[in-house]
Design a protein around this ligand. Structure first.
Ligand code: BYC
Ligand code: FE
Ligand code: FE
Length: 468
């Protein structure tokens, strides 16, 4: 392995491409500088038991060891090329995929890559204070694993910008480190990535719902006719599965503790130092609706254009029948003159909503698993997903008020009721009050049950993070 390959592990023959090498070696110090200023605060000197991607072989793609986060080897990996891969959908279906960016789609592809790339460092910024209040060393390690992998996802998009978009690609790569989550002047591009995520309840809901948007957007980009984008996003999906499992099992462990306290006959779970179900429900309502916005408008000419030209497909396009999507319509209920009316939308213009459908189904499976925990504890209460029209800021339902069942309501009702539906100042104070760090191996905070098992075959009580 050359010195370069050990600094930046890769399967893109980086050592044989001097121009790209120069660009990435120039960007790397800026990235490390960003990581130390905007990455996890207070833990940069700790030894963390982390997995590092080292190849794309399914049998041995990653390696676990103690590493200080600033020494993490952020690598560049593309899934192996598919022989004779063809465009799978839209007007260009059947043509060979592109190894280079066609001039006419350069702006569109750059925009998709920049939007994707912007979310990765944004999430690290949102989560930078969380280490200080981790409920266990196991959870602390998982947080940092998610953070370093989001850092790698940023590298993945920066690789595409540097290797395929010339000078403006380099400028966009720099700008990815200059916008910041929640910054008044230079915020992140998509709103969910400017929301604070500074306590662990919000963190688990974010990784459950917002990282899951990532999964579906990556599945759609994995269909792209621009083959380097397809191969990069396919490999990113292997890491994404872990992020969502942190969220789903994290909320599951919270629900388990709450259920335990409720089943023991405690009327007010807050008396026992756990989260009550209505508070959890309000957080589900918030992060589910914020994540639905990330799919864009219900009716979108951008999405139609991306689909027509093979830039962005549907999730798992090959499992579908009609890859042209030219004749069909999608029946939607859209607000018009103060009521919901059924409208036929040309299929290609409904691509954002079709991807959102897949996402909602996936979320429902997670909710069902949480509800099985309540059921097993003998409780009648259930958690639910709000209707997709509820609390939207983007698309056809923004600018109107809907209740969690999806009924159109007026502003007065919203003002009276929204405190029951979305996290309140009082909720926030209660959540904060429970955020006390637990750094003793194997110990858990009061409000969360232990996980089923540890990481990489290690026990739950393993010293996943060694404090200096
Ligand atoms: N916020 O035609 P429309 C992840 C804009 S998460 C602000 O409906 P389109 C991760 C839109 O730009 C995955 N603005 O939108 C998770 C457009 O502006 P123009 C991230 C928004 O283009 C956790 C206008 O509204 N990946 O990986 O069809 C941790 C009309 O919109 C928003 C991607 O997003 C919004 N939410 O769809 C770490 C994939 N939505 O043209 C990582 C790449 C829309 O009027 N991005 N607008 O100026 C895309 O595919 C598309 O840009 C979107 C929007 C799906 C986001
Ligand atoms: Fe990511
Ligand atoms: Fe992720």
């Amino acid at each position: 392995m050359s010195e370069l390959d050990s600094r930046i592990p890769n399967n893109v023959a980086l050592s044989q491409d001097p121009r790209l090498q120069r660009a990435l070696l120039r960007w790397q110090p800026a990235f490390l500088n960003w990581w130390s200023e905007m990455g996890p605060e207070g833990f940069q000197g700790d030894d963390v038991f982390l997995r590092t991607a080292i190849s794309v072989e399914p049998s041995g793609w990653s390696h676990f060891d103690y590493v200080r986060m600033p020494d993490y080897r952020w690598g560049i990996f593309l899934a192996p090329p598919e022989q004779d891969r063809r465009i799978g959908f839209g007007d260009l279906a059947g043509q060979p995929v592109w190894r280079e960016v066609p001039g006419e789609f350069r702006t569109d592809l750059r925009r998709l890559i920049v939007t994707q790339g912007d979310t990765e460092p944004a999430s690290v910024e949102q989560q930078r204070q969380l280490g200080k209040t981790a409920p266990s060393l196991y959870d602390l390690r998982n947080l940092f694993q998610v953070n370093v992998e989001e850092g790698r996802h940023l590298w993945a998009m920066v690789y595409l910008l540097h290797s395929h978009f010339g000078r403006d690609g380099r400028e966009e790569a720099d700008a990815l480190l200059e916008r910041h989550s929640g910054d008044a002047d230079r915020p992140r591009i998509l709103q969910a990535f400017n929301e604070p995520c500074d306590d662990w309840l919000n963190f688990y809901l974010f990784t459950m719902f917002t990282d899951r948007d990532g999964k579906y957007q990556l599945l759609a980009l994995a269909e792209s006719a621009f083959d380097p984008l397809s191969r990069t996003t396919r490999f990113m999906l292997t890491e994404e599965a872990f992020h969502m499992s942190v969220g789903e099992t994290g909320v599951g462990r919270i629900v388990e503790r709450t259920a335990e306290v409720m089943a023991a006959g405690e009327d007010d779970p807050r008396e026992a130092g756990v989260f009550d179900l209505p508070l959890i429900q309000r957080h589900i309502n918030f992060w589910f609706s914020a994540s639905l916005d990330l799919f864009g408008g219900e009716v979108s000419s951008n999405a139609a254009h991306y689909f027509a030209n093979g830039l962005k497909g549907r999730a798992r396009e090959s499992r579908r029948q009609d890859h042209a999507a030219l004749d069909g319509v999608y029946l939607m209920e859209l607000p018009e003159d103060g009521a919901l009316r059924e409208r036929d939308v040309p299929l290609r213009n409904a691509m954002n909503e079709i991807l959102r459908d897949d996402y909602v189904r996936d979320c429902e499976r997670g909710l069902a698993r949480w509800n099985r925990i309540l059921e097993a504890a003998g409780l009648g209460e259930r958690l639910t997903l709000p209707n997709r029209r509820f609390h939207r800021q983007i698309g056809a339902y923004s600018g109107h008020r809907f209740d969690p069942e999806g009924r159109l309501i007026d502003e007065g009702v919203w003002q009276r009721k929204s405190g029951e539906w979305l996290p309140t100042a009082d909720d926030r104070e209660y959540v904060r009050h429970l955020m006390v760090p637990v750094y003793e191996p194997g110990k858990m905070a009061t409000w969360i049950a232990p996980p089923r098992s540890g990481v990489d075959g290690k026990p739950i009580g393993y010293e996943y993070v060694k404090r200096p």
